[in-house]
Design a binder for this molecule. Structure first.
Ligand SMILES: [Zn+2]
Length: 449
């Protein structure tokens, strides 16, 4: 006897429209869920698939994948529960492991109060889980202590000055001679200006390739240059650049804020950018190749730190690639796909973009969804297209890392995606699309929770 579903059971008929090759999957039962993102914004759609890392939904014939950790906790828990009920065939069929997994999720969001409820349900169904619940809570306390730092502060910043974006361009010399020394001077002068505008608690940490300005807590800020340098090492390795070679002009300025007011003020004042829902961006000036990266850590929970790290590597990869070989910008799908790939490579388990890209790619292969010109388009990608771009870049690298470097080199020389692909891999866009789908189908499906 199965309890009634708390969700409306629907047939995933939307997929029939997306299915070029028939209606074999048109009768997949599904339910509708609402996804609310931590960065704001929400989307409602029908569940296609899910795993430990994220969920795929379809809406208006468009597939979206979301990592659980991108979502607000209540929304993540509700969506995961809906997906599990669908999978198990009823609310009362949920296992102890299911509830345990949802409890772990709540701990990540720093909500041990919510986790308590999930863990109680887990233990009710499976007494053996008691020990694992205890371990998880101890581990959670240890991690939390490691993160705990000095008193948090939030300065109210009300100074509404004019956008000073042009200061960058003016500070950076045009002549190539002595450009490094001049840039280094210009950057330090600029740092002083930043302190003048944002306050003296914005301090400079310098490493081999980066100038990090930050308002982070004293105990926590040391990880910033370390993270930047691990990213630099991974990118150098990726492109066969000697570790002591400097890709940036002088060093790359990176601004890491914990105060949202400071982050927004910096964006408005120095870059003329209203960073309302953003948590990071890269400023690239194509004329002389100046780049800087600006980032916000949105809170103090574990996923806030992880999200920050993920954004740092993503944006830092854009900055690096902008400076690599030439100052030319490369097609957006390669740029975004590579940035996501680097985040996964540098951060491993702290970042779920690799897992969600795999999860989405399997649905593209299974339902024969079209990429809709993604690989030919010159316009910027929507965020929901990043996972597909990531999966395709990962596929190109899995075929041959050296050819991928050649591919990027051609793009930086001004070739189009299809020319560079033909030169480096001997592939057409259509062949790439086909090969990627075959590889995604063959990829061992991840175990469902
Ligand atoms: Zn990006």
């Amino acid at each position: 006897m199965k309890a009634a579903l708390p969700f409306r059971r629907t047939i995933l008929s939307g997929l029939a429209m997306l299915c070029a090759g028939g209606t074999a999957h048109a009768q997949t039962p599904t339910v509708s869920v609402q996804i609310r993102l931590r960065t704001g914004g929400e989307v409602t759609g029908l569940i296609v698939d899910h795993d430990d890392h994220g969920i795929v939904i379809v809406r208006d014939k468009m597939p979206y994948v979301f990592a659980w950790r991108e979502m607000e906790l209540a929304s993540a828990l509700a969506a995961r529960r809906a997906a599990l009920v669908l999978l198990r065939g009823g609310e009362d069929q949920l296992t102890g492991e299911d509830w345990f997994a949802m409890g772990l999720m709540a701990l990540r969001w720093d909500r041990n109060d919510v986790a308590g409820g999930q863990f109680r349900e887990a233990e009710k169904r499976d007494k053996q889980l008691k020990a694992r619940v205890r371990e998880a809570l101890e581990e959670y306390r240890r991690r939390k202590q490691a993160r705990a730092a000095e008193d948090p502060f939030e300065d109210a910043v009300n100074d509404e000055r004019e956008n000073q974006a042009s200061e960058w361009a003016d500070a950076v010399p045009e002549r190539p001679a002595d450009i490094e020394a001049q840039l280094s001077d210009a950057y330090h002068t600029f740092g002083a200006k930043v302190q003048e505008v944002l306050g003296k608690d914005v301090v400079l940490l310098e490493s081999e390739h980066f100038l990090v300005w930050t308002d982070w807590e004293g105990k926590l800020r040391d990880q910033l240059p370390r993270l930047c340098e691990s990213m630099y090492a991974a990118l150098s390795e990726q492109f066969g650049i000697a570790p002591d070679e400097q890709v940036f002009a002088a060093k790359c300025p990176v601004f890491c804020f914990r105060s949202k007011a400071k982050f927004r003020k910096f964006a408005r004042y120095f870059d003329g950018y209203e960073a309302v829902s953003a948590t990071g961006y890269t400023r690239s000036i194509e004329r002389h190749g100046h780049v800087h990266v600006v980032l916000l850590r949105p809170g103090k929970s574990e996923i806030d730190f992880d999200q920050f790290a993920c954004t740092l590597v993503h944006e830092g990869s854009h900055a690096f690639v902008h400076r690599l070989y030439t100052h030319r910008l490369i097609p957006h799908w390669v740029n975004e796909g590579l940035a996501e790939l680097m985040a996964e490579r540098v951060l491993g388990e702290r970042c779920d973009v690799g897992e969600t890209a795999d999860l989405l790619a399997r649905q593209y292969a299974r339902y024969d969804w079209k990429l809709d010109g993604l690989l030919q388009s010159a316009s910027p990608l929507e965020v929901h297209q990043y996972p597909a771009a990531h999966s395709i870049v990962a596929y190109l690298q899995s075929r041959d890392r050296a050819k991928f470097v050649e591919f990027v080199r051609r793009l930086k020389d001004g070739r189009s995606s299809s020319e560079a692909l033909a030169d480096a891999y001997g592939l057409s866009i259509e062949e790439l699309d086909r090969g990627w789908r075959e590889a995604s189908t063959l990829g061992a499906p991840k175990e469902l929770p």
